[in-house]
Design a protein around this ligand. Structure first.
Ligand code: ZN
Length: 211
């Protein structure tokens, strides 16, 4: 949603939901965990008035526990927080579940996959960030593909059911590679919102690479 034209928010939401978006992804930033401020719970609540599609809320904040009540009230379905945040991950996961929401866990490019593995059985989505969080327009970091493959393998071995999401620099060229490595949820902003044919872009993003 960060790539939407906020001056035409209602039209933008209708345009991409009609084009086939399965979920809306919101980036919440606190100006501390990341240098920028972005999307707050009232904005999410306003979009909830317009559509029923699931909301995937990615919180890039130092204190995720402070946000859970407000996000639940705003209409979030899934809340993805960062392992690098200050709060104890298992407490944040419990707080999210207490509201009947699905927990997701994100980690920055410099954080190893091993930091996240103890929590995989307690979450619904894992997000290996393919760019540094907080700044738009960065290219996809290629070593993310190995992390996706590693996570996919661990999830298979542990017979878990959770999504692997990709967020940051996802284009129609990169998307098939991520799917081939095991990604199941693709987040795209500018690629969809800046297109005159968002349905074509969404279709291409869904298409796995030929092996
Ligand atoms: Zn995000």
């Amino acid at each position: 949603m960060l790539a939407a034209d906020f001056s035409r928010l209602g039209e933008e939401v209708k345009r991409i939901v009609t084009a086939g978006a399965d979920m809306l992804h919101f980036d919440v930033m606190d100006g501390e965990f990341v240098p920028n401020f972005a999307i707050s719970p009232p904005f999410i609540a306003a979009v909830r008035e317009i559509t029923d599609v699931p909301f995937d809320v990615h919180i890039m904040v130092t204190h995720p526990l402070r946000y859970i009540d407000a996000l639940a009230a705003a209409g979030a379905d899934l809340v993805t927080f960062h392992i690098e945040s200050a709060d104890e991950p298992s407490e944040v996961i419990s707080a999210i579940k207490a509201h009947g929401l699905k927990p997701g866990l994100a980690f920055c490019p410099k954080t190893p996959v091993s930091a996240i593995t103890p929590y995989l059985s307690d979450i619904d989505l894992v997000l290996p960030m393919s760019v540094e969080p907080g700044l738009g327009g960065q290219p996809f970091q290629r070593d993310t593909l190995e992390k996706i493959a590693t996570l996919h393998q661990i999830i298979q071995e542990m017979t878990l059911l959770l999504d692997i999401s990709v967020d940051g620099g996802v284009t129609t060229e990169i998307a098939p590679l991520t799917i081939r490595h095991g990604a199941t949820v693709l987040v795209a902003g500018t690629a969809i919102f800046r297109s005159q044919q968002p349905e074509t872009v969404i279709q291409k993003l869904r298409t796995p690479a030929s092996l």
